[in-house]
Design a protein around this ligand. Structure first.
Ligand code: SAH
Length: 240
């Protein structure tokens, strides 16, 4: 049996590359994006009453995690990247069918003519992610207090001492204050969750990292216990 699905929408995300994206939804409320509904699904009737829900389930395709062969076990970063668990006991993007499921905050539904755009918060989705379904999050049946949660019982991360170097502060100072504040908080949260590969975590060696957020290249340095945001630069496409 095989089935073919068409995306009903596409994600526009602050996360322009995979590195640095939180490993679950809801971890970073400041991580915002838009879900643009594609024709022929951009029918206002299909969204009546959606706004009465605060959160949604988004089913999507891990379109940048497609592999020819699937592996029955994976090494989750939460286990330090060196213990294997079954792929079906994990939320890894690398699975037989590359389908993802995220609970996100619905911040608004915008309709303008043929355009329907859902404003989302708390996303863990890459820019360009194809969405195949939307369902309301219904706490009376979807939230299960006391549910057991295997090897990932607690949210990841811990507060860090993050310093913004003068170059990074200078870029922030050129932005409208609200945008600068949002970007600063988003960066702080991403680095608290710590996107580094597990085998870098206990290393004392100073290392540089980078990611693209919105239209900025962000660079930071981790040195034993200190984290420094070294640069924030406007992203420029490579000349062709
Ligand atoms: N909440 C989802 C996703 C968990 S995996 C679920 O449980 O199914 C989260 C990771 O998926 C992120 O850290 C990011 O690196 C990766 N990711 C997000 N969107 C992706 C995409 N479109 N293609 C490939 N990987 C993606």
């Amino acid at each position: 049996m095989s089935f073919t699905f068409e995306p009903i929408g596409i994600i526009h995300s602050c996360f322009k590359e995979k590195f640095g994206i939180p490993r679950q939804s809801g971890l970073i409320p400041e991580a915002e994006g838009q879900l643009e509904i594609l024709p022929p699904y951009n029918r206002p009737e299909a969204f009546v009453e959606l706004q009465s829900y605060s959160h949604l389930w988004i089913s999507f395709i891990f379109h940048q995690a497609m592999r020819d062969a699937w592996r029955p076990s994976v090494r989750p970063p939460r286990l330090g990247g060196n213990r294997r668990v079954g792929v079906f006991a994990s939320r890894s993007p690398f699975r037989p069918n590359p389908l993802g499921l995220s609970v996100v905050e619905l911040q608004g539904v915008e309709q303008q003519g043929e355009q329907i755009v859902l404003q989302l918060g708390g996303i863990d989705l890459l820019d360009g992610t194809p969405v195949i379904d939307i369902k309301p999050y219904v706490p009376y049946c979807d939230a299960i207090p006391g549910a057991r949660s295997g090897f990932a019982p607690e949210p990841p991360g811990a507060p860090i001492e993050l310093t913004f170097a003068p170059q990074a502060e200078a870029t922030l100072a050129q932005l409208p204050p609200q945008q600068a504040e949002q970007l600063r908080r988003l960066i702080q949260r991403i680095l608290e969750i710590d996107p580094r590969p597990a085998y870098h975590r206990n290393s004392v060696k100073r290392r540089d990292y980078g990611m693209r957020l919105y239209d900025f290249n962000i660079r930071w340095q981790v040195d034993a216990e200190t984290v420094t945001l070294t640069r924030i630069e406007a992203f420029q496409e490579e000349p062709v």
